[in-house]
Write a protein that binds this ligand. Structure first.
Ligand code: NAD
Ligand code: ZN
Length: 359
């Protein structure tokens, strides 16, 4: 088992990564069990596949546990859903001692985390991520929240979990596109912080995507978690360093918005966004042509879908509206080399347009 610590003073917490960890959870969670009510928040498919068995195992180990579900899909990230969860918790006589287990992908983690952050002014919660994206990204760092009709993630809180329990075996039931989407974020960690990791991923992408090597998969997830944990520990509220996590995201988010959220998975859009960011890095002289080609060829190890035809001008408009344009300044993440990201405020609209043309 890999254990990574997110260092945030008295709010520090461990990330455990181990294939088969689900069966060990009653044992691992014993330190947090004081006879309080536990509530697993998950989605119907995940409840059937994993949640019910987890609840039974916990009960057999003297946990008081109940299971609640929310629908799948981004629409579940809504204040109305949060309100009905509060009502469920009250109906079950939950109080400040209650602990929530968020069993699911980023949608479950964001909603259940926000409920934990706000119910009775904050109760304990533990992330049990079941998508690769949630394992390496959304379950770590404490960003929780929901969408408004006007936009994504407009309401939320930064509220850290007590632990993150990662079992890569969940990925066996995950659709391939979701897995590819997660590996785009894994490649991002290599690109911004760890050159050797990036090359290792490029060399082994096929076996990783086939889930054919448990140890390699565990290590890839743990290395990604360690990078995110280190960045979050240094910069919890995205003042500076946390910005490099947005590598590929300025253009990626704009692609998600302009193509409509159902066309590209998040990580696919980020992969295209990273391609553009790499291209701009080369055009501005940050990296050489060899490095750019190596970067591009590695990203293309991911089986990405055909990008629907996009109008670069429309994508550009979306970028300028994006919330990351703070006080008129675009903070754009570039590569100084593979494994080293820098934030630049010198990227112009023409640079962006030129990069969008390559898509
Ligand atoms: N809080 C953060 O820091 C942060 C970071 C990145 C993304 N996010 C948010 O995360 C969300 C996306 O997360 P996601 O990509 O995990 O999507 P998701 O939670 O919607 O999961 C994708 C789909 O896979 C299903 N699923 C989950 N685990 C499964 C499994 N093991 N087997 C089979 N099916 C499974 C889900 O039910 C869902 O239909 C977005 O709302 C995004 O805003 C949050
Ligand atoms: Zn992302």
């Amino acid at each position: 088992m890999n254990t990574i610590q997110v260092e945030l003073g008295n709010r520090s917490y461990p990330i455990w990564v181990k294939p088969g960890l689900l069966s060990d959870l009653p044992d691992k969670l014993q330190i947090f069990n004081h006879g309080q009510q536990w509530v697993i928040i998950t989605q119907p498919f995940l409840a059937g596949e994993y949640g019910s068995r987890l609840a039974e195992q916990l009960k057999a180990n003297d946990f008081r546990v109940a299971l609640l579900t929310i629908p799948k899909g981004e629409q579940a990230k809504a204040l109305s859903r949060v309100e009905s969860l509060y009502e469920d918790l009250l109906r079950m006589k939950c109080d400040r001692s209650t602990t929530i287990l968020a069993l699911g992908g980023g949608v479950v983690g964001d909603v259940a985390g926000f409920v934990a952050a706000t119910f009775m002014r904050g109760i304990d919660y533990i992330q049990v991520p079941t998508t690769l994206l949630a394992m390496v990204d959304s379950s770590i760092g404490g960003k929780t929240g929901v969408n408004l009709p006007q936009g994504k993630n407009l309401v939320g809180a930064i509220y850290q979990p007590k632990a993150v329990a990662v079992d890569p075996h969940f990925l066996r039931s995950l659709p391939l596109r979701e897995l590819v989407s997660g590996f785009a974020e894994v490649l991002k960690y290599g690109a911004i912080r760890d050159r050797e990791f990036f090359h290792l991923l490029g060399k082994n992408m096929e076996i990783l995507l086939s889930l054919g090597d448990d140890q390699m998969l565990e290590d890839a997830i743990a290395r990604s978690c360690a990078i995110k944990a280190a960045i979050v520990s240094a910069d919890e509220r995205e003042g500076g360093m946390r910005r490099i996590l947005n590598f590929g995201h300025t253009i990626g988010h704009a692609l998600e918005t302009t193509t409509g959220y159902n066309v590209l998975r998040h990580g696919e859009a980020i992969a295209f966004g990273m391609l553009c960011a790499g291209f701009i890095s080369r055009n501005l002289g940050f990296i050489g042509s060899d490095e750019w080609e190596r970067f591009r060829d590695t990203l293309y190890q991911l089986p990405l879908p055909e990008l629907p035809s996009i109008d670069p001008e429309v994508v550009l408009e979306t970028i300028t509206l994006d919330k990351k344009v703070q006080a008129g300044t675009l903070h754009f993440v570039l590569l100084e080399e593979i494994g080293k990201a820098v934030v630049s405020t010198d990227v112009t609209e023409d640079d962006l347009l030129e990069a969008l043309e390559i898509l």
